[in-house]
Structure formats: C-alpha cells, structure tokens
Write a protein that binds this ligand. Structure first.
Ligand code: ADP
Ligand code: MG
Length: 219
C-alpha cells in the first residue's frame, strides 16, 4: 500500500531524512516515534505527497492542523468531504449549508465534545478545540487511509484516548506520529523509531516496551 525505497529529504542541503525504506500494508496501524526534530513530520509529509490524490482515499491531519482560521468549525470540518462533491455543491454549501451536511458534521462534533462550536470561527477556539476540529475534518473524510501528525498533542489524557479510539475505529490503515510512547504501544501494532532522520527501530508493538522507546528521547 505504501512503498518508500531509500528515500532522502534535505532542507537547504541539511539532511532531514536519510535512506528511509518503508513498506506499509493495508490494515496496519503504525506509529512514528522519536525526539522533536527526528524527522516524523517530514516523513508524514513525504508519505502524503506520494499518495494518490485522485483516489481521494487519504485523510491527513497535519501537525499545525491546516484550518482556515476565519471560517467556522462547520466549514472546516465539511472540507473533509470537498473532494466527494461537485464544485457547485461545495459553493452552495459554503454560503447556505445543506441540512444533511450540518447533521453529519454535528454528529461528529458531538463525539468530540465540540457541538456548541458548530458555527464559531476557528480563530476563536482554544488550541485543543482547534486540534479536535482538525480531527473532525479527518473523520468527515470517507477514505480508508489516515496520516495523522501528533493528532493528540494538545489534548488531555481522556480526550486523547477518545480521539485515538475514534480514529482507529474509522480508518483501516493509519500512520500516526506520536510523542506519547504509551499511546503508540496501546493503539498501534507496529512502531518505527526515528533518530536524526534514520529508522533505528521497526518492530511490532508486542516485541517492544516503553523503556526501549524512551531511549530514543535521551540526549
Ligand atoms: P519532527 O516532526 O520529528 O519534530 P521534522 O520532520 O519537523 O521533525 O524535522 C526534521 C528536521 O528537519 C529537523 O532538523 C528540522 O529542523 C528540519 N526541518 C523541518 N522542516 C523544515 C523546514 N521547513 N525548513 C528547514 N528545515 C526544516
Ligand atoms: Mg513534527
């Protein structure tokens, strides 16, 4: 499903990823872990660039959420389905939301404890509420494949568990980046540890423990 072979990425000549070979099969739930700067976001962005956009099967939650600040939560969440409707339908819905879409978005927001924010501009939300809006947009997507970059970084423990459960239930194949190794062990069946842009761990979660993973974070 995903095949990278000896991939390298550099920013202005400085290496961010080196020699990454990665095969991900359908149905896998995979976590990328590693220190800040180890290359997790670069790898997720590269994977998103290489996915087939025309098939419209991939939902993406970027680390900085990618929300339109002056649009409402409703409009941002609806964007998860932009690719599934005609331009005309999307334009009409922007000006005068269709009731069936409002209903679908409301159902998703209810699960994320965001119902009362439906028509509020994203700019007026807290960081955690914005992050849940980005999650809601992914849940609105009808694809089977999810790439999510630290999707629970601004959420408390209860909300993190709720969001991880919702995402794992909806999407068949997932690649997360996670800084919380316990969440990685709990929700993912395979873990990749990155260090200075290289893969230093690639194993099934049942063969790994938190001490091994926490070593990645030692200076
Ligand atoms: P992580 O997500 O694990 O924190 P990143 O993929 O964001 O790591 O970063 C990997 C490396 O690439 C870091 O050294 C970072 O400073 C560098 N980097 C990331 N994005 C950029 C950019 N847009 N321009 C220059 N360097 C970047
Ligand atoms: Mg990152």
């Amino acid at each position: 499903m995903i095949h990278l072979k000896s991939a390298n990425v550099a920013y202005k000549g400085k290496t961010a990823l080196s020699d990454i070979t990665l095969h991900v099969s359908q149905g896998e739930k995979l976590a990328l872990v590693g220190r800040s700067g180890s290359g997790k976001s670069t790898l997720l962005n590269l994977l998103y660039e290489t996915t087939d956009k025309l098939s419209n099967d991939t939902a993406f939650v970027p680390q900085e959420y990618g929300l339109v600040q002056n649009l409402s939560v409703y409009h941002n969440v609806y964007m998860g389905q932009l690719g599934q409707h005609s331009t005309l339908y999307n334009l009409i819905n922007l000006m005068k939301p269709f009731s069936e879409q409002v209903e679908q978005v409301s159902d998703i927001l209810k699960n994320l404890q965001l119902s009362e924010k439906l028509f509020e501009p994203v700019a007026q939300l807290s960081g955690g509420q914005q992050q849940r809006t980005a999650i809601a947009r992914a849940l609105m997507h009808n694809g089977h494949f999810l790439l999510a970059d630290e999707p629970v970084s601004s959420l408390d423990e209860m909300q993190s568990l709720l969001v991880m459960n919702l995402l794992c239930k909806q999407f068949d194949t997932i690649i997360f980046s996670l800084h919380d190794v316990d969440l990685a062990l709990k929700f993912c069946d395979r873990i990749i540890g990155l260090d200075h842009g290289r893969v230093v761990i690639d194993d099934r979660s049942e063969n790994l423990n938190r001490q091994q993973l926490l070593k990645l974070y030692e200076e």
